[in-house]
Design a protein around this ligand. Sequence first.
Ligand SMILES: Cc1cc2nc3c(=O)[nH]c(=O)nc-3n(C[C@H](O)[C@H](O)[C@H](O)COP(=O)(O)OP(=O)(O)OC[C@H]3O[C@@H](n4cnc5c(N)ncnc54)[C@H](O)[C@@H]3O)c2cc1C
Length: 445
Amino acid sequence: MFQSRVSLAARAAQRSIAPQSRGLATASPVSSAARNHKIVVVGGGSAGISISHQLLHSGKFAQDDIAVIDPAQWHHYQPGWTLVGGGLKNKEDLRQPMNSLVDPKFKFYNQSVGSFAPADNAITLENGDKLSYEQLVVVPGISINYGEIKGLPEALADRNSTVSSIYSYDTCDKVFRTVETLQEGKAIFTQPAGVIKCAGAPQKAMWLALDHWKRAGLYNPAKPAESPIKISYATGLPVMFGVPKYNAILEQMRKDRGVEGLFQHDLVAVDGKSAVFATPNGEVVKPFDLLHVSPKMGAHAFVKNSPLANEMGMVDVHENTTQHKKFANVWSVGDASSLPTSKTAAAVTSEAPVLVRNLLQSMEGKELDASYDGYTSCPLLTEYGKVLLAEFKYGGEPKETFGNWFGIDQGKPRRAFYHLKKDFFPWVYQNYMVKGHWGGPNGWK
Ligand SMILES: Cc1cc2nc3c(=O)[nH]c(=O)nc-3n(C[C@H](O)[C@H](O)[C@H](O)COP(=O)(O)OP(=O)(O)OC[C@H]3O[C@@H](n4cnc5c(N)ncnc54)[C@H](O)[C@@H]3O)c2cc1C
């Protein structure tokens, strides 16, 4: 069993990262109403729910030693929202009640965290209650900032508009409705400049829509100019995808399928049936009949404004150990973290075991011996029945599971990968990952 209160190991680790470290010996006591937990996990999303259960499986924690804090009523399998956008799944099937997932051995606070006081080993909930901890895991994801695109919140909320997004539970089913309804005109799919979750998702929505229109006889990739529907991909980035190997394939696909590429076009406003983009040459306005938007995203304010954040607002952790750079008893992975990799649930499958191992080592005063290599994955739906399974690590270097096992090139879209994306991943996530039993390419735990 671990020592109660801040362990000697944590103190030693604190000293080892001076000069930025805080003096734990002088940590001010939290209020008498405060509740103490050995580990507090902020966020019960993909990362929080996996990590808290993996910690529990270590057998080292008793009732209420671990607290999980999350204000949500539902836990969503967000990667499935792309499938909803393609008419392949019902969104209701991709969510589970949060309190059904949280093991009874945890203390579950169904509330928001309002602020962090890492120098005091304490956090404050939005209702004002304080909790103190020995170890803190900060995994509240990122915020989707619809309002940063003028007119977008109103357009999304308007049931009669043709503006939609796979990026939220509320709007992901509007996507297929608008795609099915469009018979002719201009369809624009956007991706913002800046950080987003699953950077491949914006174009997945487009490839599925293109295939739908092709099958309906409304789009001919060989003769786009003569087709009733015209398709543009407007991205704030200079390329289709950030990893050179997959970018080359997707750029060729874009050209072969007659999709207009509007690069360095960052959507800033939706005005009726016009989309306004910021470009290096000033604002450009494009009329549309269907607009699929990937909104802007960024760090939550309560993280950004805390001592835990880096200049981007992300929780500032070491890229291999997942330990905070200043506060040795603070840890982070997933979307909220500064880990310089693509933000995906697949990344979490590799990050979580590293965080758990290193946190447990740290509590026992041992060396941090687990290392995260930046593994992440993006199953790119390129049409109904085909997926290009991008898997890579830090530096955009491919790390292909099936390439290593069977010598398969995962840059080629395949039907087997489609069934992984559509059937296997949702199943294994909802049955095993949420219980801490799924390690991605490393299999069941
Ligand atoms: C449309 C879409 C498609 C995607 N496609 C894929 C894909 O194909 N493959 C893939 O691997 N990944 C994909 N992802 C990304 C994946 O879902 C995320 O990377 C993953 O969920 C990150 O996990 P997380 O735990 O860091 O954040 P989340 O899962 O977002 O969880 C964050 C949790 O923190 C909670 N929280 C927020 N604020 C507070 C607060 N103040 N206090 C306490 N708790 C708080 C939230 O309620 C939430 O439960 C996709 C995401 C989207 C939206």
